[in-house]
Design a binder for this molecule. Structure first.
Ligand code: HEC
Ligand code: HEC
Length: 226
């Protein structure tokens, strides 16, 4: 069993080159220009387009790693918790190697700086006290649930109001790690490439410890394992 897990790890990491690969970049660029450019723009920042409830993300601000970009491109954003289907799944259109190539291109052309910034934060929630964990749950219910819903499905009271076109993610399905949840919540949606400012920067209101407690609650109690 251990052996199998190790093999899987090795294979996965081998598929995502630690450095830029020229051949992959070329292949990825072709796909990006064919398919992604119409929504995300040639500079990856996302062009203003009519008919979208949620605008395409600015890929130059993404929190996602190369591997996560691959999974979002493969399965589509809805699979990973978006509540609209504006970002389609491309697995029926492109084979795996092509999807890995376009993820490689997006990462090295647009997303590397913002994605790398995640690594510069020290994050350790392992020794949070019970009190902080309880507070995380409580503040989730009091604050985040207003949009994301009590169980995290993105259907809080705010989203049932037709006057407010807010589209919060279904937090049970998100691809983000606990640390990324913390950072997304701390700095808010716009910081990480959302074109709307509907997801506030909670670092203004809550200290890091509190936000860690909330992130841990989402990661361990709301997110489904898959
Ligand atoms: C029809 C328009 C459209 C096309 C074409 C499209 N996207 Fe998207 N993309 C979106 C929208 C809209 C979102 C935001 C989804 C949301 O948050 O609900 C998005 C989000 C993303 C994200 C998530 C970024 C983040 O930081 O969370 C990635 C990665 C992405 N797209 C990559 C791609 C790639 C690669 C392609 C080409 C294979 C592509 N997209 C083609 C509309 C599009
Ligand atoms: C006013 C509504 C609102 C509230 C309140 C809110 N959010 Fe959000 N949240 C959103 C929206 C909308 C998005 C989708 C991204 C965007 O549009 O900027 C989002 C996205 C997220 C994401 C990113 C999911 C992904 O995979 O990209 C995380 C994590 C998140 N919220 C955590 C929180 C936490 C933690 C709280 C409470 C401290 C919170 N949110 C409160 C509206 C809200």
């Amino acid at each position: 069993m251990k052996h199998i897990i190790l093999m899987t790890l090795l294979t996965t990491s081998a598929l995502f080159a630690a450095e830029m690969n020229v051949a992959l970049m070329k292949q990825g660029e072709d796909i990006f220009k064919q398919t992604c450019i119409g929504c995300h723009g040639s500079d990856g920042t996302g062009v203003e387009q009519g008919g979208f409830n949620v605008q395409p993300r600015n890929l130059s601000k993404t929190i996602l790693s190369e591997e996560q970009i691959y999974y979002v491109a493969k399965k589509g954003a809805f699979y990973w918790g978006a509540v609209v289907t504006g970002m389609p799944a491309w697995e029926q259109v492109y084979d795996d190697a092509s999807l890995r190539a376009v993820a490689h291109y997006v990462h090295y052309t647009f997303g590397k700086t913002s994605s790398d910034s995640v690594a510069t934060y020290e994050y350790d929630s392992s020794s949070l006290s019970d009190k902080v964990l309880k507070r995380g749950k409580k503040i989730y219910g009091r604050t985040c649930a207003y949009c994301h819903g009590k169980q995290g499905h993105g259907q809080g009271v705010a989203t049932y109001n037709p006057e407010q076109s807010i589209f919060p993610y279904d937090l049970t399905k998100i691809i983000l790690t606990e640390k990324q949840i913390f950072l997304f919540a701390k700095y808010g949606g716009e910081h990480w490439g959302s074109q709307a400012d509907d997801m506030p920067a909670w670092g203004v209101k809550y200290d890091d410890e509190t936000l860690m407690g909330i992130a841990k609650y989402i990661q361990n109690k709301l997110k489904v394992k898959r």
